[in-house]
Design a protein around this ligand. Structure first.
Ligand code: VGL
Ligand code: ZN
Length: 179
């Protein structure tokens, strides 16, 4: 059984947002195209309190109940089965959807009989990377949908480094047309 995990496709990670992936909105039509090919669709949202030590490291972004924390308006949210919130406390955690505070993602996937996990969304070097690595470590066969992720690209080479690391660990690379 196959699950799609859509990581943080939120306004603040898209152009004009507070912590933008320069081409973050490009993932939206790609995800919409594949969203119906899975037995289960899970989506996470970065959901921070106004004051958090996480913002010592990052510009304030995805503050709970703000426009920046909403899903990108074109994402087919009606096709999402499970909505997760992460990063909800005053700690620098929640980079992985498996650290969601609203649900136990690993338990939920096992209960649904999922053994294959496909990861898409934002951002490649941080929350996508952490989610895919956690998925693999927890024993799920894990794919990165390479044209359905975008990086925040703070330093040149960060995205390639993250993809190289994931591939080296055993995460499989797949394009949306092969899903
Ligand atoms: C993220 C930095 C800070 C992400 C979240 O979703 O990749 N990156 N918070
Ligand atoms: Zn964050």
């Amino acid at each position: 059984m196959k699950a799609l995990i859509i990581v943080d496709v939120q306004n603040d990670f898209c152009p004009e947002g507070a912590l933008p992936a320069p081409e973050g909105d490009k993932v939206v039509p790609v995800i919409n195209k594949i969203i119906n090919k899975f037995d289960l669709v899970v989506a996470s949202r970065d959901w921070h309190p106004e004051g958090t030590v996480h913002f010592d490291k990052w510009p304030p972004h995805c503050v709970e109940n703000t426009k920046g924390a909403e899903y990108h308006p074109d994402l087919h949210t009606e096709d999402i089965d499970v909505h997760l919130f992460k990063g909800t406390g005053n700690v620098d955690d929640g980079y992985s959807a498996f650290e969601a505070t609203s649900d136990n993602l690993e338990k939920l996937l096992r209960k649904k009989g999922i053994d294959e996990v496909y990861v898409a969304g934002l951002t490649t070097e941080y929350c996508v990377r952490s989610t895919a690595i956690d998925s693999l470590k927890k024993g799920f066969k894990t794919w990165l949908v390479t044209d359905a992720v975008e990086g925040v690209r703070q330093n040149p080479g960060d995205v390639d480094k993250a993809i190289g690391e994931m591939a080296g660990l055993g995460i499989k690379m797949i394009s949306s047309s092969q899903v």
